[in-house]
Design a protein around this ligand. Structure first.
Ligand code: KIV
Length: 280
């Protein structure tokens, strides 16, 4: 056995080390970029976990991707529990974070705490995510003090779409940029283990990233964040009618699935499927 075979054998037999919030913070210190994707079911979660992703978010984007809603507002806590249970079954290594849906954390820190507890106890999430700045800081503190790791989310927070009125980038004016910066510092103080920065200018994301000890995870926030996240179905080209500038498409699965289904239909119609070999 040569050295590289030995390394491979050891690598294969070594138990997979679960990614923890501490590990993500170490990665920031060591300037190792953090890779994140969303997933909503065990099948996709298993594939992206085995590929080596660091963090899987059961995002309330499932409202758009899975349920076909226009916004994330209709997503319920029960929906997130259901999908998180499925994702957790498919994951061995990545940190699984469950998104707290609209109205599951805004009423009071106590209500946020109770609901986050359900996401951990019933669904098996290792952490939760919550949208907003100053107005959710008390809830973040309450949860983190009780041992629930919280990832915060600033910038374009989709649950506030009716207040924002559009999906334009946030933080472009000096006043908005200052607010986001202040919120980021307050959320770190409140105990957030990481902060998602969505659709803000890259210079602002860079400034926030260098001001915080905890990692920033960007989506449409430029290359200076400590990590990046995309919705998996955008990244693999399943949702091709949604094409903001920040999505990089690594495949065109919509076209490929459509081709496969077309071939299947033709095979059935032409009596080419099933063959004798595919029969009993
Ligand atoms: O719901 C979601 O998928 C998200 C990510 C895009 C950050 O919040």
């Amino acid at each position: 056995m040569n050295l590289s075979d030995k390394h491979d054998a050891e690598h294969q037999s070594a138990p997979l080390k679960r990614v923890t919030t501490r590990r993500l913070q170490d990665m920031k210190k060591k300037q190792k970029k953090i890779s994140c994707l969303t997933a909503y079911d065990a099948l996709i979660a298993r594939i992206i976990d085995e590929a080596g992703i660091d963090l899987i978010l059961v995002g309330d984007s499932l409202g758009n991707v899975v349920q076909g809603h226009e916004t994330t507002i209709p997503v319920t806590l029960e929906d997130i529990i259901y999908h998180t249970k499925a994702v957790v079954k498919g994951v061995q290594r990545a940190l699984v974070v469950a998104d707290m849906p609209f109205m599951s954390y805004q009423i009071s820190p106590e209500e946020a705490f109770r609901n986050a507890g359900r996401l951990m106890k019933e669904a098996g999430a290792s952490a939760v995510k919550i949208e907003g700045g100053h107005r959710v800081a008390k809830a973040v503190r309450k949860m983190t003090e009780a041992g629930i790791p919280v990832m915060a989310h600033l910038g374009l927070t989709p649950q506030s779409i009716n207040q924002f009125g559009s999906y334009r980038p946030r933080g472009e004016s000096e006043q908005e940029a200052e607010e986001i910066m202040k919120d980021a510092l307050e959320l770190e103080q409140a105990g957030a283990f990481a902060i998602v920065l969505e659709k803000i200018p890259m210079q602002l994301a860079q400034k926030i990233t260098s001001s915080l000890m905890v990692p920033t995870i960007g989506i449409g926030a430029g290359p200076h964040c400590d990590g990046q996240i995309l919705v998996y179905s955008d990244m693999v080209g399943l949702t091709i009618d949604f094409s903001p500038r920040f999505v990089r498409r690594y495949d065109n699965l919509q076209e490929r699935i459509s081709h496969s289904v077309d071939s299947y239909i033709q095979d059935i119609r032409n009596c080419n499927f099933p063959s004798i070999d595919e029969s009993y």
